[in-house]
Design a protein around this ligand. Structure first.
Ligand SMILES: [Fe+2]
Length: 485
């Protein structure tokens, strides 16, 4: 994914109106956030500056947290496990069914999972005990449960909300709170649901609480909620890259959020992992060397020399305000989330052990039905499945997964005797296949291909066409192979 700045003409600034974009100064800092009123004095000030707005290439829909490697992969995996455990614990409670929320508004469901993961990571940065983290994740998963009472059309509305519509949306924290009174949950969890829209300065809702009156867990979920909402694409605006989402949140420090909570969010994320490629406003290409946790938007950058005789230059953007990052490219070295499905646990473990040193995260499922059940929650980059399994064979699993996610990458791990199945699988959109016994270099090659596909800046359509083309070639190879058998 690529983000870049484009110039925003000062003639578009109308005193008395509200900002129609997040606007940035030449040094990449947020000057005004979207929706902020432009008083005559602010408008005058802005007109005297060159302003920019953000333009993102959103043709490839991505999972912002994993693709940008905002978190160390081990931390992120722990957060995902915590969310899965919380989902399981919710299954025990009658009267709460998050799948109903998923059907009602899929965005809110996926957002709730993200807020759960993010809240866990912020809570972890606070060094909170596991019992507190469990309550925070539960509260995060349920924070928008009150939206079940809001009509779907209103939740998806892309235009400006009418005052009465906004008033209805604002009832969701209190609706959720009352709904959960019927369920046996810790009071901290229901407080999170009730208070996640309260703001540090008392300007939030529904109670207008301020400062420390807001439960600390609700403060964590509240900031995670805003961060995830900003970095997600919505019907009424594109996703904002995490770098700028953080800048916006920093601007809300001591207003919507306490300085302490903002500093913990900053501590929990790594916006610029080492070796991440960037383009500076000067047109120079650079690589991130390191980044101070408390200044995550201002890394130290190694600038590529123009000629071989030039010495490489390291810029510290914390002190160098002339330079700022204009384009961010997250390429290569991205860890994959892989789901391995095999009824023989030993085989699955051996494959996971072989893959793990490359930094990929593997989840093993010996039951294909369970893997299918969890697909929507884990949302892996790649599935590697055995073909012959009791209950559900690899081909049926592939088809069922692709019913959920048409772009799923499913690789079959198979014996020679399953060739006919493999041909059918390729026709059904399989990403590839391995013959048993698995050759690890072959697996690594396919993983590199998956990484390259995920990092590709081409549109989803181009990727799809390329895959279809490759599938055709693969099918031809298979036809030749089977003819020779
Ligand atoms: Fe909410």
């Amino acid at each position: 994914m690529k983000y870049s700045f484009i110039s925003y003409g000062s003639s578009n600034i109308t005193p008395g109106a509200t900002a129609d974009y997040d606007l940035f100064t030449r040094d990449g800092r947020v000057a005004v956030t979207k929706g902020e009123p432009l008083s005559p004095s602010i408008a005058g000030l802005l007109r005297s500056h060159s302003l920019f707005r953000l333009c993102a290439d959103l043709s490839v829909q991505t999972d912002v947290y994993r693709n940008t490697r905002l978190f160390a992969s081990a931390d992120y995996l722990a957060a995902e496990l915590a969310v899965e455990e919380a989902l399981h614990s919710l299954e025990r409670h009658e009267g709460i069914d998050l799948l109903v929320l998923q059907r009602h508004d899929p965005y809110t469901f996926r957002h709730s999972l993200n807020v759960g993961r993010l809240s866990y990571l912020i809570g972890k940065y606070f060094s909170l005990p596991d019992s507190a983290l469990e309550q925070i994740v539960l509260g995060a998963l349920l924070h928008d449960i009150g939206k079940l009472t809001i009509p779907t059309d209103l939740l998806k509305k892309s235009g400006r909300l009418l005052p009465e519509e906004y008033a209805l949306i604002k009832t969701h924290p209190i609706n959720g709170f009352f709904k959960l009174q019927e369920v046996d949950l810790p009071a901290e969890v229901t407080r999170i649901v009730q208070q996640h829209h309260e703001r540090w300065n008392g300007q939030g809702y529904p109670l207008g609480l301020q400062g420390e009156q807001i439960h600390p867990y609700a403060q964590i979920v509240g900031i995670a909620d805003v961060f995830d909402a900003l970095t997600s694409a919505r019907s009424y605006r594109p996703a904002i890259p995490p770098y700028h989402a953080l800048e916006i949140i920093i601007k809300l420090r001591d207003r919507d959020f306490s300085a302490n909570i903002v500093s913990h969010l900053l501590g929990a994320v790594t916006l610029y992992p080492p070796n991440c490629l960037i383009h500076l406003n000067t047109g120079e290409l650079g690589k991130v060397v390191s980044c101070d946790k408390q200044f995550p938007t201002r890394p130290r950058v190694l600038v590529k020399p123009e000629s071989q005789s030039d010495k490489p230059l390291v810029l510290d953007l914390q002190h160098d305000t002339e330079h700022f990052i204009q384009v961010i490219e997250y390429t290569g070295e991205r860890s994959l989330k892989i789901l391995i499905v095999d009824d023989e646990e030993e085989c699955a473990n051996a494959l996971a052990d072989a893959i793990a040193p490359a930094g990929h995260q593997c989840r093993i499922f010996c039951s294909p039905a369970q893997a299918l059940n969890q697909y929507n929650v884990i949302w892996p980059d790649l599935v590697i499945t055995d073909v012959r399994m009791p209950q559900l064979d690899g081909l049926t699993l592939l088809k069922k997964i692709r019913d959920i996610d048409i772009n799923a990458r499913v690789v079959l791990n198979t014996g020679y005797g399953d060739m006919i199945t493999v041909i059918e699988a390729i026709n059904a959109g399989a990403y590839g296949f391995f013959l048993k016994p698995v050759e690890i270099p072959e697996v690594m090659k396919l993983l590199q291909k998956a990484q390259a596909d995920l990092d590709s800046l081409h549109s989803r359509q181009i990727i799809k066409e390329a895959l279809l083309d490759e599938n055709k070639q693969l099918k031809q190879q298979l036809d030749q192979l089977t003819a020779a058998m």
